[in-house]
Design a binder for this molecule. Structure first.
Ligand code: KG4
Ligand code: ZN
Length: 346
């Protein structure tokens, strides 16, 4: 079965062709240049960019897979959660193709795409604990089997990726913040500044909640920069500019706090459900320190760690095609009247 997958839930326009378990193509048009000067995603600009990019991205995905629409058996597109104006572009394009070509169609939950993205690389047996950590989400799921996912907890405020992006803005590092801070942190001292870690006590009752909070940490970094009399690069003068080494130390210390919080809560959840497999997915799973520290814990405690390859960590359509294919293979179909839903639940 060949599935055309389409994803446009946030700021990446993506299309992919999947033939059974093989990714024939995965094309992503980033909008980083559009949002960079704002230090975050501007929803209206995101949907306009999706409109400009969508047709070209789909053509490119077909071309790279060396197929035409005649070779496509079904179409899958993200229908939520995300920015509704963004979601509508990819979803409408997918529905138009399915209608014109009389192809089966399914809508895909973006989070399920991330949850299953690791399967594009290697088969990971259920059940597994999954930490979905991106610019929009920080959630722990107990993936019992395909289509059976139990939410164990999520962030109460900012997502971890959002904290990276906001701290990068404070430090004048541009958008998105994750990759820049990750790189900068390699030359910094993670113990230089002791930023606070929010530790929300997990309940261990039936309604277990393993929650996160990142907004206090973000504010602590901002206060640190302000109280030290430093200025971000845009408006720095020689006396107040942040020294390169200080900048690297702030980046490393902030990152260490994020990784501590993500892994502490994940380890508590891992013990609670007695998981032997731990999956980390979503944009922040590209983080080198998170991967390294998670692997150390896996070696120490004897569980298996699975992280998708870099290109399937951040938003992509191959994971949407994969999640869609699982539903299509079970004979599921969605009507073309299906709508985009900003807060679609898994
Ligand atoms: O999954 P994704 O592409 O989009 C969402 O669904 O949000 O994730 C994007 C997020 C951004 O916040 C970005 O700063 C973060 O992932 N990110 C990283 C890294 N690469 C991307 N965060 C930390 N370290 C990285 N290497
Ligand atoms: Zn995502």
């Amino acid at each position: 079965m060949r599935v055309l997958g389409i994803e446009s839930s946030c700021d990446d326009t993506a299309a992919a062709v999947l033939a059974d378990d093989t990714v024939l193509s995965s094309v992503v048009a980033s909008q980083d240049d559009v949002h960079n000067k704002f230090g975050g995603i501007v929803p209206e600009l995101a949907s306009r960019s999706h409109i400009r990019n969508i047709a070209g991205v789909i053509h490119k995905a077909l071309e790279q897979a060396q197929v035409t629409l005649d070779d496509i058996d079904a179409v899958a597109a993200t229908n939520g959660p995300g920015l509704v104006g963004s979601l509508l572009i990819g979803l409408s394009a997918a529905k138009a193709i399915a209608f014109a070509r009389r192809l089966p169609f399914v809508g895909v939950n973006h989070i399920e795409g991330h949850l299953l993205s690791v399967q594009l690389h290697e088969p990971v047996a259920f059940p597994y604990l999954a930490l979905i950590v991106s610019g929009g989400h920080t959630s722990l799921y107990w993936a019992e089997e395909l289509h059976r996912y139990r939410l164990l907890g999520a962030t109460r405020d900012d997502a971890a990726g959002e904290a990276y992006d906001k701290v990068a803005k404070v430090l004048g590092l541009g958008f998105p913040g994750g990759p820049v801070i990750d790189k900068l942190a390699r030359t910094g001292n993670p113990q230089a500044i002791r930023f606070p870690r929010a530790r929300l006590k997990p309940y261990r009752g039936e309604d277990s909640r393993f929650e996160f909070s990142f907004s206090g940490l973000k504010t602590a970094v901002w206060q640190y920069v302000r109280d030290s009399g430093m200025r971000v690069p845009e408006n720095q003068s020689p006396e107040t500019a942040i020294e390169p080494q200080t900048l690297a130390d702030i980046a490393a210390s902030f990152q260490e706090a994020v990784v501590d919080m993500l892994l502490d809560t994940s380890m508590a959840a891992l013990g609670h459900v007695a998981a032997t497999r731990f999956v980390i997915a979503g944009g922040v799973s590209a983080n080198s320190r998170l991967r390294q520290r998670a692997q150390e814990l896996a070696d120490q405690h004897g569980f298996r760690l699975h992280v998708p390859p870099m290109r399937f960590c951040t938003d992509n359509a191959a994971m949407i095609a994969y999640a869609g294919m699982q539903r299509l293979q079970r004979g599921e179909r969605d009507p073309l009247t299906i709508n985009a839903s900003a807060d679609l639940q898994l």
